[in-house]
Write a protein that binds this ligand. Structure first.
Ligand code: PMM
Length: 307
């Protein structure tokens, strides 16, 4: 398969591809486990994502990494072709599709449940056609309002992420009184636009958008007050994996921990989020979070009942 030739230093695929002898039927959203928090594995097919960018910058290596996550127990694989880190360059729909479509097709063929991480309606539509089951839109409808029509028409589950501004402006928009209440209110406003377009409540999964127009303390504040988001009555997804606020937390000798050293802290956030009833967590390192959600399921007798 072709290399995406994404950046200098992106070499040819080195890890052997697991052989797909027989396609499994694609997993369905309705068949996801409901007795524990779900684990969504992150597969960024991009040259510049903040923590794993470049690693999966060829189709073959991306498929192999996705299959490893799937066989390692990830409930959902979140495939993205555009970096969302602050200041990242915009990617055209054509380039995004070139990155993600073959990866989605291969993972679906293997039986994985796939979400498409995109802010572009055209990319989301093509990904659904290729077998993706969930739309993960980090822009929270701020980029392309017409995404609402696709959500309504497709009836696909939609991850509604809170964000203010775009990749270039969001860092300057982290101005809140009560961050949890304001994030919930803004999510409710967007949710109502989805309803107006014809979407139904069961489709909507809300996400506080950690790091998107939030400073470090605001991220912690949101995690401490997850019940405010639960109050919206939808499934809640927490995506803290390897984010900058975890790096700062783990500062040693004045130096923040690099992304690759944030996985234990990520698993700790997973355990607490699961204990507090999150529907799913979105993580790079699937194994430890899978263990953490199992622990949380044994420790927390009552779940919010929005599975
Ligand atoms: N963060 C990133 C990308 N996609 N999707 C959702 N739903 N929520 C997030 O917070 C989110 C996301 C950026 O992080 P990455 O580079 O690790 O993917």
């Amino acid at each position: 398969m072709d290399s995406l030739a994404a950046s200098p230093g992106t070499g040819p695929a080195t890890s052997p591809l697991p052989v797909l002898r027989k396609a499994r039927p694609a997993a369905a959203f309705k068949d996801l486990p409901t007795d524990r928090t779900l684990v969504m594995g992150i597969l960024n097919v991009t040259p510049d994502s903040f923590s794993d960018g470049g690693q999966h910058a060829s189709t073959d290596t991306a498929i192999a990494a996705g299959l490893r996550m799937f066989y390692g127990g990830a409930d959902i694989i979140d495939v993205g072709g555009e970096s969302t880190r602050p200041g990242a360059d915009e990617v055209s729909v054509e380039e995004e599709l070139r990155r993600v479509l073959p990866v989605i097709a291969a993972l679906v063929k293997a039986g994985a449940l796939v979400s498409i991480d995109t802010t572009h309606t055209a990319t989301a539509a093509a990904a659904l056609d290729a077998g993706a089951a969930i739309i993960n839109d980090v822009s929270g409808l701020t980029m392309e309002p017409e995404m609402a029509e696709l959500v309504a028409r497709s009836k696909a589950p939609y991850i509604l992420t809170h964000r203010r501004g775009d990749a270039s402006t969001m860092d300057s928009l982290a101005d809140y009184g009560n961050v949890a209440e304001e994030v919930a209110a803004e999510l409710a406003g967007v949710r109502d636009r989805l309803y107006a377009a014809g979407a139904v409540p069961e489709q909507i999964i809300v996400d506080p958008g950690l790091g998107f127009a939030k400073n470090e303390e605001q991220n912690w504040e949101l995690l401490r007050n997850l019940e405010v988001l639960h109050g919206l009555g939808h499934r809640v997804l927490v995506a803290a994996s390897r984010k900058r606020f975890l790096g700062s937390l783990l500062t040693v000798a004045g130096k923040a921990a690099p992304p690759a050293e944030r996985d234990a802290a990520t698993a700790a956030v997973t355990a607490i989020s699961a204990f507090r009833g999150a529907w799913a967590v979105r993580v790079h390192d699937v194994g430890p979070s899978l263990d953490a959600v199992k622990v949380a399921a044994r420790m927390a007798p009552a779940r919010p009942g929005n599975n």
